[in-house]
Design a protein around this ligand. Structure first.
Ligand code: A3P
Length: 345
């Protein structure tokens, strides 16, 4: 009898304990997400004054799940009308640089409640066929958003494609342009690694990096090799500066975005005139991945795909030295133009 009572008591305690833990977890979840929901200050500045019928940021956060469905194209006409959703042309574009950390930057900016990302690379300005479809086609490729949110897209090919600056200028001469760069030699090797992986997937063989980066006839850096050319940042930027003043660009340090993302993101928030809403809470280091991952709230977090953060092949040190020496003067010019100095060798 006594034994049975003890068992019953234990069962009751177990149920009560589970309920208490459940409630505690729920409270932690609420506090965690509420922390993100509280606006520090209203969106102001370049996005114009808030009109009566705009939805406050606080409400936007609650509706993120809903918005996610809309972005996937699951919105009915009624829902779009009801929530006043629109597909807006981007107010800012991450124009490059390929392998600089463009995906990480876009995903991290998307943590901001006033930012909505175009998930896919649209390739509107660099692809003649797409460009011929017109700006309305481009706009329709954008995700649904609330009117006072801003849309951002990224297509790293824009940075190096000849026609793109003029085309973007024609669409919006005051657009904000983000460029994320890494130490040029590392970026070139990262670029090579991506191509190499593509070849291996198709069971094809490929040249070693050293063979592509160095011209075998002259033993000098092969400037015809695309991965090298892309890393000459100043050459590309100078083309852009024929259309846009330097104030319209913001340079992101892609190497620092890997090791210490928050300060880089805060600089971008400032550049975009957004209230500072991305916090350390939104970024946590995942030791298994070896990278920072994203935390939207206590239940929803994600790391970037495995294709981001590949292991690079080992490259002959003399080739690395040669490349670094080659990039050096271009880097100096880049620092001078942008007003941002990096500790590149
Ligand atoms: P590696 O694969 O060479 O390491 P992009 O998105 O422009 O293609 O850039 C890819 C690079 O983003 C990766 O290059 C990786 O180093 C970098 N990166 C920056 N932050 C990252 C993050 N949080 N998770 C994964 N990769 C990140």
């Amino acid at each position: 009898m006594l034994f049975k009572q003890q068992v019953l008591l234990r069962q009751k305690l177990f149920v009560l304990g589970s309920l208490a833990i459940g409630s505690l977890l729920y409270l932690v979840a609420r506090v965690g997400s509420l922390d993100r929901l509280q606006p520090l200050c209203p969106i102001d500045g370049r996005f114009g004054p808030r009109s009566q019928d705009e939805i406050p940021l606080r409400a936007l956060q609650f509706k993120r799940g809903l918005l996610h469905e809309f972005r996937k194209g699951n919105a009915t006409k009624e829902q779009i009308r009801l929530h006043n959703l629109v597909q807006q042309l981007p107010k800012a574009i991450i124009i490059g640089v390929r392998k600089g950390g463009t995906r990480a930057l876009l995903e991290m900016l998307n943590l901001h409640p006033a930012v909505v990302k175009a998930s896919q690379e649209i390739h509107f300005f660099d692809n003649d066929e797409n460009y011929a479809k017109g700006t309305e086609w481009y706009r329709k490729k954008m995700p649904f958003s609330y009117p006072h949110q801003i849309t951002i897209e990224k297509s790293p090919a824009y940075f190096i494609t000849e026609e793109v600056p003029e085309r973007i200028y024609k669409m919006n001469s005051s657009i904000k342009l983000l460029i994320i760069v890494r130490e040029p030699t590392t970026r070139a090797i990262s670029d090579y690694t991506q191509v190499l992986e593509g070849k291996e997937r198709k069971n094809k063989t490929y040249y070693k990096f050293e063979k592509l980066a160095i011209d075998p006839n002259t033993c000098e850096v092969n400037t015809k090799y695309k991965a090298v050319r892309t890393s000459i940042y100043t050459k590309h930027l100078e083309r852009w500066l024929k259309y846009f003043p330097i104030e319209q660009f913001h340079i992101v340090d892609g190497d620092r975005l890997i090791t210490e993302p928050l300060p880089e993101l805060q600089l971008v928030e400032k550049f975009l005139n957004l209230p500072p809403r991305i916090s350390q809470y939104n970024l946590y280091f995942n030791a298994t991945r070896g990278f920072y991952c994203l935390r939207f709230n206590i239940v929803f977090n994600k790391c970037l795909a495995g294709s981001k953060g590949r292991i690079h092949p080992e490259v002959d040190t003399s080739v690395i030295t040669k490349l670094r020496k080659f990039f050096h003067p271009f880097n100096q010019k880049f620092y001078q133009i942008t007003g941002r100095t990096f500790n590149w060798p």
